[in-house]
Write a protein that binds this ligand. Structure first.
Ligand code: ADP
Ligand code: MG
Length: 211
């Protein structure tokens, strides 16, 4: 079995001349879980994006290591599953088609059809899999984002506001996903809900810059 590590050194981010955060240093290995908490505008989403390799830091670095070999920056996204309010789905396509598009984007991955079916079932969308996503409710869209995020079995799963728009049943599905991810990989949860923060063993509290 391969080992996986996420290493953060002296990480900082500015937007224009506004400092969002500075000096974050930590590392996470398989089995680790990290809650990123703090008030609105404190930088939770910004930090999540940087940890997922989809936004560049202004200072320091984030690196992933598989068996102590550094993952190239362009390959980092293959190691991450992301669920967030700002992630968009293709409204004109069905759930099944959305998953097919994603698997094509992640070219070179193993055949996905049975896993896509399994995930659509797991998030409770099987009866609606052939409907265009544009007519889904916001909670149904949120459920589909979990199927998206898990399609390639990512070692790092990043959840920004994990239960937004979800009903109790959807929240239970998320808790099960969280339980499984903590066994097999790294879990990062950005939230200002203290119950969600308790899913994680470690915690960072972000502070609104200048406050
Ligand atoms: N693309 C951007 N350009 C400029 N400022 C941004 C951008 N994205 C976020 N910010 C600013 O960064 C700060 C942190 O935002 P964000 O990470 O979304 O906070 P949180 O998720 O904790 O509510 C806010 O002041 C926000 O206005
Ligand atoms: Mg946010």
């Amino acid at each position: 079995m391969s080992t996986f590590k996420l290493v953060v050194r002296d990480l900082g981010k500015d937007f224009n001349r506004r400092t969002i955060f500075r000096g974050l240093t930590f590392s996470l290995a398989v089995g680790d879980s990290l809650a990123i908490t703090g008030n609105n505008g404190s930088g939770k989403s910004t930090l999540s994006k940087i940890l997922g390799g989809v936004l560049s830091p202004s200072k320091g670095f984030v690196a992933y290591f598989v068996n102590n070999a550094k993952v190239q920056e362009e390959q980092m996204k293959d190691s991450v599953g992301f669920v967030s309010p700002y992630l968009n789905l293709y409204d004109e396509f069905t759930a099944a088609e959305n998953l097919r598009i994603l698997s094509l984007i992640r070219a070179g991955k193993k055949p996905f059809q049975s896993r896509a079916d399994e995930l659509i079932g797991m998030v409770g969308l099987w009866p609606r899999r052939d409907d265009p996503v544009g007519i889904y409710s916001s909670g149904m869209k949120q459920r589909l984002k979990y199927a998206f995020a898990l399609l390639h079995e990512p070692p790092v799963l990043i959840l920004d506001e994990p239960t937004s728009n979800l009903d109790e049943e959807g929240t239970e599905v998320v808790k099960e996903i969280v339980r499984m991810q903590k066994k097999t990989g790294i879990l990062i949860v950005a939230t200002n809900d203290s119950r969600e923060a308790k899913w994680c063993k470690k915690k960072i509290v972000m502070k609104v810059a200048g406050a």
